[in-house]
Design a protein around this ligand. Structure first.
Ligand code: AMP
Ligand code: GLY
Length: 423
């Protein structure tokens, strides 16, 4: 089977790595990819948001499956674009329809969906600049900290958590009136703050049946002890040690099942990953967000723990036969630690030569922001490499990742030394 994978991050390198383990993956193209995907597959210089360009390539190369890594093409409707095109409609797309992608593309849509399906989530209100005053009143009724979320996609930056009421009101105004996050914050969801520990659950669904993939926990802040600015994620661990059978049962019954049933009831086509962000408050898992794709760097620990053939799973998703397939999970732990460019998530430099990759032993190096320049691998983004290792427990696995990080060099490298510190 000839497959096209869209995206260029560590997530895509990990998906590509896993897909290539399948005997059914005869050729794999990644658009646009990075230096890591270039080593194992064929990078194609395509813009995933230029659907006509994607179409041309799919027809020209006889691509038989499209796997979508990031959310933007899904939110823009690439699933529907394929489904409604005579030449593309028989090429399965792994990812939700445009309507399904609204679970990530609109926080308000996600909250309405959660409430409608009785899925535990924080109390909320949704506001525009027309009812800014009501937003202020809503904030006054909450106790701090205050959670403000831009309704639309804001590159992972659209959530503000503020301790002070006056500051919260100012930021609400900044978002709604001064377009702090552009169009994305023309609507803002204000949420009750949930106090607890976070984890993520990943689901693969064909729209009717589902498989719960390994759980993961990521570390979003740039600084140790979860301090400083939010990033895309600085490291991850799978499984999450506190996600015991009891909690997982609750998550499946109260969250995963009603999510898939809710989509079906609303006739929302969904053939892809659902990433459910949760906070465990006491013993109660509550949903803080849906994403309609895999997480990054969570994919770099989830994929290594899936033993089953990923292409077979994707084919079952396309054919709505996920119930006929067994999902086999590796019982070992996997961890990943992100090596990032100094300055990230603010300004940083690109083009630094990366050396020492050949010395890594007993870890998997997933590339994120890298590219080939002449014959060298150079940095090409904030998050550069994800160093993944297996272990009998996460502490063991982390030791291997950290030992290998010492062997890899580039100027101004930074990484967190405390992944897993709170577990
Ligand atoms: P999101 O982009 O929705 O994942 O939010 C970013 C981060 O904000 C999450 O990872 C949580 O740490 C935090 N967060 C979001 N919603 C809440 C909430 N209702 N209560 C507490 N923390 C939250
Ligand atoms: N690591 C969080 C995300 O992918 O959204």
């Amino acid at each position: 089977m000839k497959i096209l994978l869209l995206g260029s991050g560590g997530r895509e390198h990990a998906l590509a790595w896993k897909m290539l383990q399948s005997p059914n993956c005869t050729s794999l193209f990644v658009a646009p990819g990075n230096a890591g995907t270039q080593k194992i597959a064929q990078n194609i210089n395509l813009n995933p948001l230029d659907f006509e360009q994607v179409k041309k390539f799919v027809i020209q190369e006889n691509i038989q499956m499209l796997v979508v890594g990031p959310e933007d093409p899904l939110v823009e409707g690439i699933f529907d674009f394929f489904a409604s095109d005579d030449q593309l409609k028989n090429v399965p797309v792994i990812g939700p329809s445009k309507q399904g992608a609204k679970l990530e593309g609109s926080k308000e849509f996600a909250k309405e969906f959660l409430i409608k399906n009785n899925i535990p989530t924080a109390a909320y209100g949704s506001f525009t600049k027309e009812n800014l005053e009501e937003g202020f009143l809503f904030l006054e009724q909450l106790s701090p900290p205050y959670v403000l979320k831009a309704d639309g996609l804001a590159a992972g930056k659209g959530v503000l958590i503020l301790n002070d009421l006056i500051e919260a009101k100012t930021e609400l105004q900044n978002m709604l009136v001064n377009e702090k996050f552009g169009q994305a914050s023309s609507k803002v969801v204000i949420e009750e703050f949930l106090d607890g520990i976070e984890l993520s659950v990943f689901v693969l669904t064909d729209g009717k049946n589902y498989k719960i993939l390994p759980t993961a926990k990521d570390y979003k802040r740039i600084g140790e002890n979860n301090t400083g600015l939010n990033t895309g994620g600085m490291g991850a661990i799978s499984p999450v040690p506190f996600a015991d059978e009891n909690l997982m049962q609750k998550i499946e019954q109260e969250i995963v099942k009603p999510t898939v049933e809710g989509l079906q009831r609303d006739n929302i086509l969904y053939k892809g990953f659902i990433f459910i962000g949760l906070i465990k408050v006491g013993n109660q898992p509550m949903v803080i967000e849906y994403n309609v794709r895999m997480g990054d760097p969570e994919t770099e620990v989830v994929m290594p723990r899936i033993k089953s053939d990923l292409i077979a799973l994707f084919e079952a998703v396309a054919n709505e036969k996920l119930n006929e397939i067994d999902l086999e999970i590796d019982t070992r732990s996997a961890t990943t630690v992100m090596m990032v460019s100094g300055g990230y998530p603010e300004d940083y430099q690109k083009g630094k030569i990366i050396s020492g990759l050949e010395n890594v032993a007993d870890s998997i190096v997933f590339h994120a922001g890298t590219k080939m320049q002449e014959n060298s691998v150079v940095t090409n983004g904030g998050r550069v490499l994800a160093i993944t290792s297996y272990g009998e427990n996460f502490q063991d696995a982390l030791k291997k990742s950290y030992a290998n990080i010492e062997k890899i060099k580039f100027e101004d490298v930074y990484f967190r030394r405390d992944i897993g510190f709170d577990l």
